[in-house]
Design a protein around this ligand. Structure first.
Ligand SMILES: [Zn+2]
Ligand SMILES: [Zn+2]
Length: 386
């Protein structure tokens, strides 16, 4: 869609007021009004007519605040195309892929822009190829499923071309030339504007611009050429996928028209949090509570891991609360790697005991009295700085 914008067509800025739009429109409409080209050569006449239509359409959109807002936001007065609006996004996936074969490099996307592309029609001509729209679905999986990967089956509803007539709508290719437009796909109409009546060509209402009509409709699709189908699609979620990432299956969206490409199926993954593990990319963190004595004396702890097999970790004596230990390679498998794992971080948190008995309090007081200031370097330093 490298077409110039409606603003360009009217020669105004994006911030033009309603009055500015109106006067620009009036000026241009006078300049290109078909009446002025009545005696001119056909090519010139046709060019002016096209221009006049463009101007009218641009004004029609920009003079309507709702359409203008949609156009400003989505680049189309019809609002978002496909799933979430926004052009860009899925640039350049090639056609061929198809099927359910996964190519990680192509399909994993972790960007957060809108879904775009697919649904845009390339031309206003009814028989021009039109790509099918994308289908977007959101899937919630558990923390473990994201870590180890999982295969899911979803049912999606999509528009497909009729298998019997290959999307033409005609049984055994039974067509005839449209009698209304004589096969041109366009008809001449009279339009009323503030400058009087004039003739303009429009898409033929009988054949919708195709130039031909079905004489014997395909019984399978009742002449529609397309039908809604519910399909079971296997979704292979690779190990290491993270919250918000998307998997794209080329060719699995809505069918294209007139030989246009099918849209894509886009699965956005939502991962539910784990009870004890926190995730940061391929790394995982777990908080491990220690008693005061464990932290002071040192201890070997048994740390839970993602695989379920605990890892022994030696906590040295005199470990402070909040100290982080790293167990290498016990995190999550990195996406698109064969054997590259993140790390498991163990943060020890010293828990001060509560509701002490009288005897415990006495013991603790006696212990406290036995300490020397040099055993508490932080406390000592703090006192000295005051
Ligand atoms: Zn059919
Ligand atoms: Zn027609």
């Amino acid at each position: 869609m490298a077409d110039k914008s409606y603003y360009d067509t009217l020669g105004v800025s994006k911030t033009a007021s309603a009055d500015e739009l109106k006067s620009a429109y009036r000026r241009l409409a006078k300049q290109y009004h078909p009446d002025l080209f009545a005696g001119k050569p056909d090519a010139e006449k046709k060019q002016a007519e096209e221009k006049f239509k463009e101007i009218n359409h641009a004004y029609d959109v920009l003079s309507d605040p709702q359409k203008r807002a949609a156009y400003d936001q989505y680049g189309s007065e019809n609002g978002p195309q496909g799933f979430g609006g926004g052009a860009g996004g899925f640039g350049g996936f090639g056609g061929g892929a198809g099927g359910f074969g996964l190519d990680m490099d192509d399909i994993i996307n972790s960007f957060f822009g809108g879904f775009g592309g697919g649904g845009r029609s390339q031309s206003s001509r009814a028989n021009a190829p039109q790509n099918g729209k994308d289908i977007g679905i959101r899937m919630t999986i558990s923390f473990e499923e994201a870590v180890f990967g999982v295969e899911k089956v979803v049912n999606i509803k999509r528009v497909e071309n009729c298998p019997d007539c290959k999307g033409s709508g005609a049984k055994d290719g039974a067509f005839k030339t449209c009698p209304t437009c004589g096969g041109s796909g366009t008809v001449t109409q009279t339009q009323r504007t503030p400058f009087g009546q004039f003739q303009t060509s429009a898409v033929c209402p009988n054949c919708k611009g195709k130039g031909k009509i079905v004489t014997d409709p395909c019984p399978t699709c009742k002449g529609q050429g397309r039908m809604e189908k519910t399909r079971e699609v296997k979704i292979n979620i690779p190990a290491g996928i993270d919250n918000g990432q998307r998997i794209t299956y080329n060719n699995e969206g809505h069918a294209g028209k007139n030989g246009g490409m099918n849209g894509s199926l886009v699965v956005e993954i939502s991962v539910t949090p784990h009870k004890i593990f926190k995730r940061n990319g391929a790394d995982v963190m777990v908080e491990y509570p220690l008693t005061v004595a464990e932290a002071a004396l040192g201890i070997t702890i048994s740390v839970p891991t993602l695989s379920g097999k605990p890892e022994e970790l030696k906590i040295p004596e005199g470990t402070q609360s909040g100290t982080m230990f790293k167990i290498k390679g016990k995190g999550i498998k990195k996406l698109r790697t064969k054997n590259d794992y993140g790390d498991l971080y163990v943060k020890v948190v010293v828990e001060v005991p509560k509701s002490l008995t009288r005897e415990q309090k006495d013991l603790l007081k006696r212990l406290e009295e036995s300490f020397e200031m040099k055993q508490f370097p932080k406390k000592k330093e703090f006192k000295e700085k005051q």
